[in-house]
Design a protein around this ligand. Structure first.
Ligand SMILES: [Fe+2]
Ligand SMILES: [Fe+2]
Length: 190
């Protein structure tokens, strides 16, 4: 089960493109969690599955929160500040998306704890494997709609209404969050 991080085609100059790239990584690493949980019953993991699980846990612990912060601390506030009455429904949607970030973070915290126990002790009890699978199912239900709403509603709206300087500010903030120079193509993983 090879784990592909994926080509990073966007740069900080196209922050909405970068946010979309992030979604592809979330989907890939969620797929890793699904595969590991689905193909193992709690015994020792193969070296390949152990590596893949650790990479997915690290991604969701270290990198994915930066994506949520990009949206909650920068993109969504920029859109709210525009004060556009026609975007009222979209603004409500953004509040729901923020709640979903919170729900996903709780699932990821528990998955992280279970997954790291699995890696460090080479086993996971039957109830814990069942719980791991349940948590992945919750995320499987949450992320596709969440991502689709951002990509079909929020990001196109942002592309249409944000000024070039606002987009550049968003890209700069995303670069700062990752300790990367704004001018460079992104080499991070969130
Ligand atoms: Fe989001
Ligand atoms: Fe997102």
């Amino acid at each position: 089960m090879p784990v592909t991080i994926g080509a990073k085609e966007s740069t900080f100059a196209d922050p909405l493109g970068l946010l979309t790239d992030c979604h592809r990584r979330i989907e890939r690493f969620l797929g890793v969690l699904r595969t590991v949980a689905g193909q193992n019953s709690g015994g020792p993991l193969s070296p390949e599955h152990a590596r893949a699980l650790e990479a997915a846990l690290n991604y969701f612990r270290d990198a994915a929160p930066k994506h949520h912060a990009d949206e909650e601390q920068d993109l969504f506030p920029q859109l709210r500040a525009l004060d556009r009455p026609e975007a009222e429904a979209l603004l409500r949607r953004m509040a729901q998306l923020e709640e979903q970030h919170r729900a996903a973070a709780l699932c990821h915290a528990e998955i992280d704890s279970l997954g790291r126990r699995w890696l460090s002790t080479n086993r996971l009890s039957e109830p814990d494997v069942a719980r791991f699978k349940d948590l992945v199912s919750i995320l499987d239900n949450l992320y596709p709609t969440h991502i689709a709403q951002e990509e079909s509603e929020v990001f196109p709206f942002a592309r249409a209404v944000l000024s070039e300087s606002a987009k550049q500010m968003l890209g700069r903030r995303m670069a700062e969050r990752r300790g990367a120079p704004f001018e460079a193509a992104w080499r991070g993983e969130s």
